[in-house]
Write a protein that binds this ligand. Structure first.
Ligand SMILES: C[S@@+](CC[C@H](N)C(=O)[O-])C[C@H]1O[C@@H](n2cnc3c(N)ncnc32)[C@H](O)[C@@H]1O
Length: 352
């Protein structure tokens, strides 16, 4: 822990853009699914004061300790949990934190994890090949590197690292086994790639692939996005910052699909899917950091922010309208539209 506390602090990315995208308001309730060093969380709490509340989640127990210290001034307004966002819906219901005004995912790793915290995420620092966000998980990167069949290794490195030399790297890894440390693995990959790629370190893509597999990153993201929509109140915002194309593709496709009233294949004569839009794209295009931010924080260069707003899906709309029709209060108001709309907002922002 002492060593982690001394590591350079994580600089949060696209902070102003995130606050705007979340439309943070005083008294609002927010979920930060990737608490990290608590940078975004601190700014959300600042802007939602007075009365704001934040539920913060991180799979890494070290991140929770660091964020708790950083957010001490807000201790009455926060609930910080060492959890995986794959369980987002269950967590929010367990703590009665539904519906919410905004949900943030700032994916990937924090600088605290990358700057050699001994967990093996970085190919620049010597450490055992671990890469688990949560040390209670079973599978480690060493298990994959030293026990998976060559063909499976090649497939994973190609798919999750988008690495063109996946087959050659897998063959070399199998020849070198056992591979015990990050630097040993990085050297093995360098022997395959050599100076063929100059822009990024030869081990970047393979390390990304291993980390994604160890932590089931893409499966967890897909699952959590679906859960997030159901937790947002009407008008609530979903904001996701991703750092590589595999994540960003999932987020983009999810938001685009959820913003459509029909997802039948093109050319289907009449709709058979029954899908109704639950989101509206607030910005159609992705938001990226300014050149000044990239210069100040080079880690931000690959960041991509997407934002969508919860709308009432048509079937939900009908259910609510039906419920409201039978309410004596609405009958007494003889269906006056402003009253009805006001009630709709109330249902979505206050119902548990
Ligand atoms: C880029 S950092 C977040 C930094 C944070 N926004 C800040 O301002 O300090 C990403 C964090 O997400 C956490 N994380 C990644 N996948 C997770 C998951 N499935 N569940 C919970 N936390 C996760 C990582 O442990 C890491 O601390």
């Amino acid at each position: 822990m002492g060593q982690t506390m001394l590591a350079p602090a994580h600089i949060p990315v696209l902070v102003e853009e995130t606050i705007q995208a979340l439309a943070v308001q005083p008294g609002g309730r927010y979920v930060d699914c990737t608490l990290g060093g608590g940078g975004h969380a601190a700014t959300i709490l600042e802007h939602s004061s007075p009365g704001g509340q934040l539920l913060g989640i991180d799979a890494d127990p070290e991140a929770i300790k660091i964020a708790r210290a950083r957010l001490e001034a807000y201790s009455g307004s926060i609930l910080l949990l060492n959890e995986n966002f794959a369980n987002l819906q269950a967590i929010c219901y367990r703590y009665d934190f539904v519906p919410v005004h905004g949900i943030l995912f700032d994916l990937g790793l924090s600088s605290l994890q990358l700057n050699g915290n001994g967990r093996g995420f970085s190919f620049r620092h010597e450490a055992p090949l671990d890469m688990r966000l949560n040390p209670d998980q079973e599978l480690t990167a060493a298990d994959i590197v030293n026990t998976y069949p060559e063909a499976e290794l090649a497939r994973l490195i190609g798919k999750y690292g988008e690495e063109g030399y996946g087959r050659q790297i897998a063959r070399r890894i199998v020849q070198e086994r056992p591979i015990k440390s990050t630097l040993q693995l990085a050297r093995t990959i360098e022997q395959v790639i050599g100076s063929r790629r100059r822009k990024i370190h030869p081990a970047t893509k393979t390390f990304q692939a291993l980390r994604i597999v160890v932590n089931r990153e893409l499966e967890n993201l897909e699952s959590a996005l679906g859960q997030a929509v159901n937790l947002l109140g009407y008008g609530g915002r979903l904001v996701v910052i991703s750092y590589h194309s595999l994540e960003d593709r999932i987020v983009k496709q999810f938001m685009q699909r959820e913003a459509k009233d029909c997802i039948c294949p093109p050319g289907t004569p009449t709709c058979v899917c029954g899908h109704t839009a639950s989101l509206r794209l607030v910005k159609k295009r992705v938001i990226i950091p300014s050149p000044a931010e990239v210069q100040m924080n080079p880690r931000s260069r690959s960041a991509r922010l997407r934002v969508a707003e919860r709308v009432i899906a048509q079937d939900e709309h009908y259910q609510i309208v039906e419920r409201l029709c039978s309410s004596t209060e609405v009958k007494a108001n003889a269906w006056r539209r402003p009253t009805l709309l006001k009630k709709l907002r109330q249902v979505f922002l206050t119902a548990a």
